[in-house]
Design a protein around this ligand. Structure first.
Ligand SMILES: *[C@@H]1O[C@H](CO)[C@@H](O)[C@H](O)[C@H]1NC(C)=O
Ligand SMILES: *[C@@H]1O[C@H](CO)[C@@H](O)[C@H](O)[C@H]1NC(C)=O
Ligand SMILES: *[C@@H]1O[C@H](CO)[C@@H](O)[C@H](O)[C@H]1NC(C)=O
Length: 808
């Protein structure tokens, strides 16, 4: 066990580490009059970051495959030693994150590694290693590789006191706080929702006894002795709040705002458990809706030459606000400098300007799976999916212990609580007309004992003043629809590999690993906006939150909850954010090309799910937006005159925003998909066949029989869904288009032995993302100068040309 002296770090000066980043204009989306959702997203570029997915890249210094039976984590450690030994100085280290996992179907182990320097996490120092049968298939690396700064020690203290005393004092203070908290909140303890477990107290006591006996831990500690992150936090809040009055007020009355923030040290066990750093929670932070989490960390900023990075000490905050959920890094030495910020909330669209305004399965009167919106079909009666893999207890049951709405004593013999409302293990669906954060007591339809969610949806012609009442009159139907679609998507993603260990959203994980208590909170007709939708993805173990809005683009209003494509797009943010860089890292798709692909995957999946055997072009959001061509620049189409997007399109003005970037990516995937369909055919049944009770999956006409029992979807469309999802697991944190392309190609290598290698390359090359595609002077938010590359590898009959600036 090692201790780190966070208290002494804070007062150290970081003079000389000056980093000025250019800040991207906040993007905002329109809502009701006067409402604009503000979202910040920017961070330093990592010129040294790589994703290597071919053997010659992976083993440059002769890393030899290990024995196939070797524990993949051992393989990872050997690989890390090999890779890092050349780069790493003695004071640096790393931890293997606990959210690493092995994919059940492919057998690939995804190992996530976080860099530590002087005992602090490097917030953007990540390695992901993909290992199978002793072989490192690929890895991404953004570890800081320069000379680490000296550990920060307060000279005043270090000359007179043993620096370990600081750490012990901090531990002692944490312990006192933990004990006090659990005493004061004893009622909560009984309810099973105490913020701190007695195990944590026990652990702290043990640590104190075994390490701090030498020190006099007197009563001279108080909060002021501890690092003060409040100035940095307040300055961030002044920047982040959409409330300009509040921002001015924070600046004006800085000290009184400082004084009203309450700081509580919390014991924080970082993922590896072998590091103990103090972390804090701050209550009563203006505009935050829950306590802010604060922790010291390093972040990488480009050096002067721009070819590498240097480390900067920061406060890392997690701030939940009404419309945003930020992970922000603010300089510890210069608290007015926000170095990076990721909004875990993703919007559906830059909204268009509105013209004028045994369970017995439950059943639902809904637009069924595959019917994108009310213009594509009528409602039918559909059944709850009780799938022994994806939803073993169906959609309307969850353990009492994991039910945040349950108060009182649990019936002694019962484990699961059955519901007859839109409340279950995967999804909590409800109206949210008030647009606030509370959801537990919001209205949801009650379907009675037979769980028949059959409600009227027959919107009448309205005039504007009545449009809201009219929409609210079918709230039963709309919440039921949202519940149905969201559960269906949960099960669909699950069956393609977004399961418990890879970070899916469930209250209860059935003992299958991963962090739980994180069902999707799905708000229908959310009052916080119009003509949009959004999804917030905190790390695994915290609820995702989806907000669906009404669209005032027609009369009667159109309800986004009824357009499956929008719901699928939103839920795909949860999928891609949890899979890229590992379940516990929500900071990998924040801005630029990676943020753009976060949008693109959603469009791609929504479009693929609705597509039919007879090819057709599709636009996103055309029903809700009441626009034939939807809300993107172009419909998705194989016809270049309808959708001309290429890789080079990203250079155009107007393409720095994530939605425009995403559209280019989705268009590329759409073309790749058509290539795969040409070769493998098309299945109308994109949903994998129902598993038997014991979880074995019949192949049906869906999977082909593979020698090793690996499930390989047979048809072109289902195959690409699988490759895209497997690719998310392989790619590095903050991938660019090249990384994501290479990860999909490698996913095919792993799944089929590379049968589609050339097809995939041809698909990407068709719109300029071939082997010789290139970008120079890239900026974090997607700037730079791109060259379309149309060449494929030589084995595919291409020229094999590589980008000019790469020396082969
Ligand atoms: C929930 O439903 C299941 C199956 O219908 C039943 O076995 C169980 O007893 C029910 N639980 C409660 C608490 O009613
Ligand atoms: C819905 O049903 C009606 C009546 O059968 C039919 O006229 C209409 O075309 C259907 N709508 C769609 C979108 O299929
Ligand atoms: C919703 O359904 C309930 C029955 O579950 C019914 O009492 C109520 O009137 C319905 N609400 C609306 C707005 O139709």
């Amino acid at each position: 066990m090692r201790y780190f002296f966070t208290a002494t770090l804070v007062v150290a000066s970081l003079a000389g580490h000056v980093y000025g980043h250019r800040q991207v204009a906040p993007s905002s989306t329109e809502g009701p009059a006067g409402y604009r959702r503000k979202s910040l997203g920017f961070g330093p570029e990592h010129p040294h970051a790589v994703f290597h997915s071919t053997p010659y890249q992976v083993a440059p210094s002769g890393f030899t495959p290990q024995d196939a039976s070797m524990d993949p984590f051992e393989v990872a450690r050997i690989f890390l030693d090999d890779v890092l030994s050349v780069k790493q100085a003695d004071s640096s280290s790393y931890l293997i994150r606990k959210d690493s996992y092995t994919d059940k179907n492919t057998g690939v182990t995804h190992v996530y590694v976080r860099q530590l320097v002087n005992g602090l996490e490097v917030n953007d120092g990540d390695i992901n290693i993909n290992i199978k049968d002793g072989v490192v298939l690929s890895y991404g690396n953004s570890f800081f590789n320069g000379v680490p700064p000296a550990p920060f020690v307060n000279p005043e203290i270090s000359t007179v006191r043993d620096p370990r005393q600081e750490s012990c004092e901090l531990l002692s203070l944490s312990l006192a706080n933990l004990q006090r908290t659990s005493f004061v909140d004893s009622e909560q303890v009984i309810m099973g929702s105490a913020p701190h477990s007695s195990a944590a107290i026990h652990e702290l006591q043990h640590m104190l006894e075994s390490n701090c006996a030498l020190f006099d831990l007197g009563d001279h500690m108080n909060a002021e002795d501890i690092a003060d992150f409040r100035p940095a936090l307040l300055k961030f809040m002044a920047t982040a709040t959409p409330n300009e009055q509040l921002a001015r007020d924070i600046v004006k009355d800085f000290n009184s705002h400082m004084d009203s923030i309450r700081v509580t040290p919390v014991s924080h066990f970082s993922p590896g458990d072998h590091v103990q750093v103090a972390a804090f929670e701050a209550d009563s932070v203006p505009d935050a809706v829950s306590p802010v989490k604060a922790k010291l960390a390093y972040i990488q900023v480009p050096n002067k030459a721009g070819d590498n990075t240097e480390l900067h000490l920061v406060w890392k905050f997690e701030v939940e606000m009404q419309d945003n959920w930020y992970e922000a890094a603010v300089s510890a030495s210069a608290p007015h400098k926000i170095i990076s910020v990721v909004d875990w909330a993703s919007d559906y669209a830059i909204a268009p300007i509105p013209k004028q305004p045994e369970v017995t399965p439950a059943s639902y009167n809904v637009f069924k799976w595959g019917v994108n919106d009310p213009e594509c079909g009528n409602r039918t009666i559909e059944k709850e999916n009780i799938d022994s893999l994806a939803s073993p207890v169906g959609w309307h049951a969850l353990p009492y212990a994991n039910d945040p709405s349950f108060k009182g004593a649990k019936p002694s013999k019962e484990f699961y609580r059955n519901t007859s409302t839109t409340w279950g293990n995967n999804v909590f669906a409800q109206e949210n007309w008030e647009g606030q954060n509370a959801y537990i007591s919001n209205y949801r339809p009650e379907a009675g004992k037979d769980k028949a969610f059959h409600f009227t949806y027959n919107p009448k012609k309205t005039e504007k003043p009545d449009a809201m009442d009219e929409a609210q009159s079918y709230i039963n139907a709309t919440v039921a629809q949202l519940f149905y679609t969201t559960n269906k998507v949960h099960d669909f993603f699950y069956r393609y590999g977004f399961d418990e260990v890879s970070g899916n959203f469930q209250q209860f994980n059935f003992g299958r690993g991963g962090a739980q208590n994180d069902a999707v909170i799905a708000n229908a007709q959310d009052g916080s906006g119009f003509n949009n939708a959004n999804f917030m993805t905190p790390p695994d173990g915290q609820n995702g939150r989806m907000r669906m809005y009404l669209w005032n683009t027609a009369l009667p209003y159109r309800d986004g909850d009824l357009e499956a494509g929008i719901v699928i797009h939103e839920l795909a943010h949860g999928l891609s954010t949890r899979l890229t860089g590992g379940p516990a890292n929500s900071g990998c798709l924040g801005w630029g090309e990676s943020g753009g692909m976060g949008e693109g995957w959603g469009d791609f999946l929504a479009t693929t799910i609705r597509s039919k055997k007879t090819y057709s072009d599709y636009a996103m959001g055309s029903w809700a937006a009441n626009r034939e061509n939807g809300i993107r620049n172009y419909p998705y189409s194989t016809d270049e005159s309808i959708n001309p997007s290429t890789y080079k399109t990203l250079d155009k003005p107007g393409y720095w925003g994530v939605h425009a970037i995403g559209e280019v990516w989705a268009q590329m995937l759409w073309l790749v998909e058509q290539k795969l369909i040409e070769k493998h055919g098309f299945t109308e049944e994109l949903f994998p066949p129902a598993p038997s009770e014991d979880g074995t999956v019949p192949h049906g006409d869906f999977y082909r029989t593979d020698k090793k029992g690996v499930l390989v979807p047979k048809h072109g469309n289902s195959l690409l869904v699988q490759l895209v999802i497997n690719g998310m697991k392989l790619q590095k944190c903050r991938p660019d288009f090249f990384d994501a392309r290479d990860a999909i190609i490698q996913a095919d290598q792993v799944l089929t032995g590379g049968e589609n290698f050339c097809l995939l390359w041809e698909g990407f090359a068709a719109r300029g993302l071939g082997e010789d595609a290139d970008v120079v002077n890239k900026t974090p938010w997607g700037g730079g100068i791109r060259t379309n590359g149309y060449s494929t590898p030589v084995v595919c009959g291409g020229t094999g040309k590589k980008p000019k600036h790469i020396v082969a």
